[in-house]
Write a new protein. Sequence first.
Length: 325
Amino acid sequence: MLRAHLLFGFASIAAGAFAQLPGLVISGNPEAGTGATWTYQATVSGTNYDLSGILRKPPGAGPFPAVVINHGTGGNANGYTRSVANEMVAWNYVGIGTNLTHAGGVPCGAPGDCVTEEYGSSAANILRAMKCRDILASLGYVDTMCIASFGHSRGAWLTTGLVAAHPDKFSVAGHTAGGVNDAPQSTAPSAAEAASITCPYIIQHGDADNTVPLSWDERLDSVLTANGVDHQFIVFPGYTHAGIAQDVTMFANAQAWFALHGCPISTALPIAPAPANGHVLSREWFDASGRRVPEPTPGAGAGIFLLRERMQDGSVVLRRIAGFP
């Protein structure tokens, strides 16, 4: 029988008092299945904010890691953002997102005028996403040392631009169907902008994507490689733009990456212990870089591995395991 040792970190939260932001109104229970909604109306340093969005959290007092989720063109916080938050809350993450300038079916809000030039990774959207981070930091149950960002399509472009513009504010990031583009009229970030990224980053893209070319993420991959940024680039054969957005395998890859890279070791949240009932349908192993590996055997060494177990009741259990001497 394999002998292994579970590694448990200790959750901590940055020092300081926490108070709900003036102008923020949260409606509903973020622990409920549909989560809470929120609005934020305020003027800060001359910038007018009129935002609305969703909020989900795991049960308990925390502190929890968190993720700012960015939807694509025509989506909104009640659609893609809520769906991804519902997935990630099962990973023990608080999920938040707002309607962006490229949203559909909702009021424009502010900042930004919701014209094409302000879509994607625009200054207005970066302000909106950063305000989501400010809200997270005010809640009292979020580990502010462990905040991620994730998005799809134009939300992927925003994710890239966001963590590039504020590299000290995010511990990990990921996206589907994004990338960089240097064309002046593009609402994607440029390669020069992406060169400011420092956090670990997972990129996933389908090679049958006719909306955002795979080459855009290939370029981002080359930028991150050139700058020595810890990252993973996964290409899905035959996947379309929409097909990858909420794919099960894509989420499994992202979950493993976030678990391995999302928090500094000193503030890493504990990974769940082995399930008592033993009703495991499948197991997947990942190495410390987030890549799938065969099940380790005795003698595999002292590295850190991540075991992802899918249970009969539909839940997913993660265990960080140190070493197989």
